[in-house]
Design a protein around this ligand. Sequence first.
Ligand code: GDP
Length: 419
Amino acid sequence: GTTRPQVRIVIVGHVDHGKSTLVGRLLHETGSLPDGKLEMLKEVSARRGMPFEWSFLLDALQTERDQGITIDTTQISFRTHSRDVVLIDAPGHAEFLRNMITGASQADAAVLIIDALEGVRDQTRRHGYLLHLLGIKQVAVVVNKMDRVEFSEARFTEINDEISAHLIELGVTPTAVIPISARDGDGVAERTQNIAWYKGPTVVEALDALTPARPLDELPLRLPVQAIYKFDDRRIVAGRIESGQLKAGDEIVIMPAGKIAKIKTVEGWPVTPVSGPQSAGRSVGITLDRELFIERGDVIAHTDAAPRDTRRIQARIFWLHHQPLSVGANILVRLGTRETRANVVAIEKAVDPGELASVAAKSIARNHVGEITIALLHPVAADPYLDNPRTGRLVIEVDGRIAGGGLVMKIEGGQRGTV
Ligand code: GDP
């Protein structure tokens, strides 16, 4: 069938401000619950003599998922008018940061929830900082439990002003700030009488308006070279297309050397005939119209949209090694299929995910996040993470073991592919 744009969101906010309740509501309001689920949970609550809570829904689905009962709910998701919204688990700051930075999970957008009575708390501010750290630019703020403040517009405006100022300072402009009662449903899928003064989008509308991540095959071509093979006297360059598309006849540049050639033929890999353009996710073998020096670690791109070659990269990393990372450290960096030795020349920032606050930046401890500048022994072709989530990631090894992973934030020097 037709694929609907998918957006992956994470819901963050101070404990008890209503995250699970909002998810339960959203599942219900968007008709995404399995038949009878709601009724069953209501019945169970009644039998146990406890009031029904919307958060039970999320608990129940998560339990089923963990126990593998419901095969098709490996992830919790719901449908808005034009989007599939997938909920990314945020079990804790450290895990969430690690997963996001190392690429295990990826959120395109976030919902930040604030209890209308409690207002903006320290934890709320730290969550803003977390989103900033991860480069999540689309953030919808919901001011929940408006029923607890008699749906006061003045109280809403107060919180709106405070959180907006905080987020904007962090470089994040909220896409919407929405007054709701997750428990009663106001503002979730409907602008009820209680919030008649509010003219903005509901939560469902705000989610529907999120911009999905650009599909990988619409990004510029990036084919990191895995290997070169001799096959029937032909030299075949094999690799996986990480982004973009290619076809026979395309003019390409081999980075970082900047040598230009044309694609003569495209094969599937292992060698199988293919025809037409091949796109992101496919493993291919290509032959070129001339003999050029090319090796594992090179990146093939189109001449008009080549990555930059650089020996100096600024990265935001999650550190996993028991030995803290310090300035001067000699590390091995993997970028795509390229491996090169590198030196840590500066540590600009170190952040303790538990506190979500910067700590003295002399070194980066295990399970901490840091911003570092590294000098590479050999030039590499790289993209900033914000331009390309596939080629904008790096892995750091120490003594042959993975010691950290992260995002390429900035590429210093270098230039776009040239001959
Ligand atoms: P979480 O820790 O952020 O997931 O918060 P929960 O969703 O578990 O909610 C915490 C408590 O707040 C629960 O007792 C909910 O019933 C209550 N709650 C959530 N939303 C609302 C709301 O809109 N109005 C009121 N009055 N209570 C709410």
